[in-house]
Write a protein that binds this ligand. Structure first.
Ligand code: TXD
Length: 310
């Protein structure tokens, strides 16, 4: 039977995600938004491409949570994106109310679903969804690291003029300026990145990756990234729906791993049909450990702030 995947928030990220889910034939899709008519219009538009794209998945748009009933996976993209000059953390107050309300409604309809949170500030919103849903932690996943890693891999491939397929690299930590690109384990055609590029060049790519979201926000002026975001969400959904057990960087609950207790933060995790099957402990150099401690501290503070009046 087709998996049922609901996408909450039919804005740029949500609608693009639904489109890609349909193209990749990952399941039947329900696209939800509070704006009347808009998710219905976008779902119909996507559906009308099905004869050309040859997918048979159902794509439904709705303003009614009952239509999301018994979803296997629910992707939460509802919330405001940042504007030029804003940090993701500036969205915490407004988006925590939205993510709280959305999660309450989603879990009533789909008590056994796997939640993928996308709204910003990501690490804090994953915490909100966890507190509200009370789901086991393996069924709560934050999507950010897969996007940040894709950006880093793209920048490296561009710099070296080598296919993206030959570039391996991962970004861990919080989804913000303190994120930690793991350069020590980045590889080009199986060899350490440091053999292909001098440190100054690598430092520039790291900085561009950390600021990549902001680079797009300042170009778009009225929103944030969504094509790459939707691709990254699809990568997570594909690993879960098809039980691929891919190791993907995402915000997962740490219960002692990396020396961190009781916090959602970006780490590599094995994703399969039950959600997060295992948190993988990557090898970090002393310098990367120091950076990881800084990002953990930042996410802890943001999480504490989020707890107020939740
Ligand atoms: O890597 C990542 N995690 C991210 C996250 C990468 C890019 C964007 N990231 C964040 O995703 C961004 O900062 C935002 O917080 C979300 C959604 O971004 P998007 O670009 O899709 O924003 P839009 O186009 O404004 O769409 C948001 C939709 C819009 O249609 C609203 O009507 C809807 O959310 N919305 C709601 N839906 C349901 N329920 C409620 N309460 C609600 N409030 C707003």
């Amino acid at each position: 039977m087709e998996k049922k995947i609901s996408v909450i928030g039919a804005g740029n990220v949500g609608a693009t995600t639904a489109h890609l889910l349909a193209l990749k034939k990952l399941g039947d899709i329900v696209l939800f938004d509070i704006v009347e008519g808009m998710p219905q219009g976008k779902a119909l538009d996507i559906s009308e491409s099905s004869p050309i794209e040859s997918f048979n998945s159902k794509v439904i748009g709705t303003n009614n949570y009952e239509e999301t009933k018994d979803s296997d996976i629910v992707v939460i993209t509802a919330g405001l994106p940042r504007k030029p000059g804003m940090s993701r953390d500036d969205l915490v107050e407004v988006n925590k109310k939205i993510v709280k309300e959305v999660t309450e409604n989603v879990v009533k309809q789909s008590p056994n679903c796997i939640l993928i949170i996308v709204s910003n500030p990501l690490d804090a919103m994953v915490y909100v969804a966890s507190e509200v849903s009370k789901f086991p932690k393996n069924r709560i996943i934050g999507m950010a690291g897969t996007l940040d890693s894709s950006r880093l891999r793209f920048f490296i491939s561009q710099e070296l003029n080598i296919s993206v397929d030959k570039i391996e690299a991962m970004v861990l930590g919080g989804h913000g300026d303190t994120m930690v690109p793991l350069i020590s384990s980045a590889k080009v055609d199986g060899k350490p990145l440091s053999e292909s590029l001098p440190k100054e060049k690598i430092d520039k790519l790291v900085e561009r990756t950390q600021k990549a979201g902001g680079e797009i926000v300042s170009l778009l002026k009225t929103g944030s990234a969504y094509y790459s975001t939707a691709s990254a969400i699809n990568e997570l959904v594909d690993s879960i729906v098809n039980d691929k057990k891919k190791i993907l960087p995402c915000a997962a609950y740490l219960d002692g791993q990396y020396g961190v207790e009781g916090l959602f933060i970006g780490v590599p995790a094995k994703l399969g049909k039950v959600g997060i099957e295992q948190v993988i402990e990557a090898q970090l150099t002393d310098e990367e450990k120091k950076q990881f401690d800084i990002t953990v501290q930042h996410v802890k503070e943001l999480t504490e702030k989020t707890k107020e009046n939740l």
